[in-house]
Design a protein around this ligand. Structure first.
Ligand code: B12
Ligand code: SF4
Ligand code: SF4
Length: 345
């Protein structure tokens, strides 16, 4: 058995395909002041779980009694965007082109935790990716993996933000890696992300109102998309990458080593008429194992109607009219799109 837990953990994490491995002290939780400010302004919208899970986000000891250190892990996911097929297609955020990262990273974390318990039998471990109560970007910032850009993303200077984050808490001390300093040091006078956001979701640098963010509206939000924000969605049918696409740190991201994250056919640009014509259950079945499944068939069809309205192509009229028989919120979004195309009833 190796005696230095840091070396064991780093070696095992790298062997499992984590492209970035950093350590941070975990005596308290980073980022909780920003988190509380976000909640107190209601910027989480309908993501009520963010309120419910505030406690353990602030106190990692609730997740792992005796916690001492955090292992912050990253997986690069950048693949080149497939060429725009044009026509009646909608744009998908790049993180969602391939296999669902919750599965991919989650499986690896489970394996890592198991391997570590074998190598270091007394080790206490708690791990999470995305859905567990950990403010991952703040942990990543503390570990020096990168800095928080004005666009709120964790950016590795010069290598960009196209990476998934995960955190593993452990109950032994590790030599912490150092943070990279103040956020402004790396954004300088650049404000491209703040200027490009089509729905004005940034309240200020490092502060997002999720209720206005296309990512929230198209993925997390379950009801109608507020009308004033629909035109700003443009072609984004699932998520949005604009504030990352314009970032100079993302001009040449390291290519992802994960074939599973490569774009699946039609998953970077969704063919919208086909999506609307597919029965809901068949659509959901076809998206098993993809992040695209999260909004459900109704959410995806709602989004597709908005994008078809924004595309301004009258070829979409028949497929939008065919939604009128539905008894859910897709109908109202189809009517909105038809109005925009000059074909309202
Ligand atoms: C809720 C959520 C969302 C919400 C709200 C996003 C938000 N900005 O708060 C919505 C649905 C809008 C969303 C969108 C996206 N998300 Co999201 N999301 C989350 C989730 C589950 C929680 C985030 C959270 O707690 N937000 C509350 C705010 C206050 O916290 P925060 O932004 O994470 O971090 C702040 C604090 O840490 C504080 N802070 C801490 N230390 C420091 C230090 C300094 C110097 C400063 C100034 C600030 C600061 O400022 C940070 C920035 O606001 C995390 C996973 C997780 N468990 O953390 C993923 C996560 C943040 N999302 C992720 C991704 C990929 C996205 C999208 C890019 C997806 C897309 N393409 O559509 C967009 C990006 C939108 C954007 N510009 O932020 C990745 C980010 C990877 C990265 N490199 O940053 C995460 C980490 C998931 C993962 N496991 O990889 N997301
Ligand atoms: S993801 Fe898109 S909508 Fe959300 S803040 Fe960034 S640019 Fe704005
Ligand atoms: S676009 Fe500019 S301001 Fe925004 S995160 Fe990147 S460097 Fe910072």
């Amino acid at each position: 058995m190796h005696t230095d837990p840091g070396r064991v953990i780093r070696a095992q994490a790298e062997a499992l395909g984590f492209t970035r491995v950093r350590f941070a002290r975990a005596s308290d939780a980073p980022g909780i002041a920003a988190y509380d400010a976000f909640l107190s302004q209601g910027r989480h919208g309908s993501m009520g779980w963010m309120v419910a899970s505030r406690g353990p986000r602030a106190n990692p000891g609730e997740l792992l009694p005796g916690v001492r250190s955090a292992v912050v892990l990253g997986v690069d996911h950048a693949w080149p965007r497939p060429a725009d097929p044009g026509g009646l297609t909608g744009k998908v955020a790049s993180y969602a082109w391939g296999r669902d990262y919750h599965n991919l990273v989650g499986k690896r974390l489970r394996r890592l935790a198991r391997d570590l318990r074998e190598a270091l039998p007394d080790l206490g471990v708690y791990w999470g990716v995305d859905s567990r109560p950990l403010i991952e970007r703040a942990w990543a910032e503390r570990s020096g993996m990168g800095f928080i850009g004005r666009n709120c993303c964790l950016i590795v200077p010069g290598q960009g933000s196209y990476l998934f984050l995960a955190v593993l808490l452990i109950d032994v001390d590790l030599e912490p890696d150092l943070p990279r300093g103040g956020a402004d040091r790396h954004c300088g006078s650049c404000r491209r992300c703040l200027d490009v956001c089509p729905t004005d979701a940034f309240v200020d640098s490092h502060q997002l109102d999720a209720r206005r963010c296309i990512s929230y509206l198209t993925i997390e939000h379950r009801g109608a998309i507020p009308e004033p924000l629909r035109a700003g969605m443009g072609r984004w049918v699932f998520g949005c990458d604009l504030c990352q696409e314009v970032c100079p740190h993302n001009h040449a991201p390291p290519p992802s080593p994960e074939p599973d994250l490569a774009p699946r056919p039609d998953h970077a640009w969704l063919p919208l008429p086909a999506l609307l014509q597919t029965p809901d259950d068949v659509l959901e079945q076809s998206l098993l194992g993809s992040p695209l499944r999260r909004p459900g068939a109704i959410g995806l069809k709602r989004n597709a109607c908005v994008v078809l309205g924004n595309l301004g192509d009258v070829a979409a009229i028949p497929v939008l009219e065919a939604q009128r028989h539905r008894g859910d919120l897709v109908v109202e979004h189809a009517e909105w799109a038809l109005d925009r195309l000059g074909a309202g009833s």
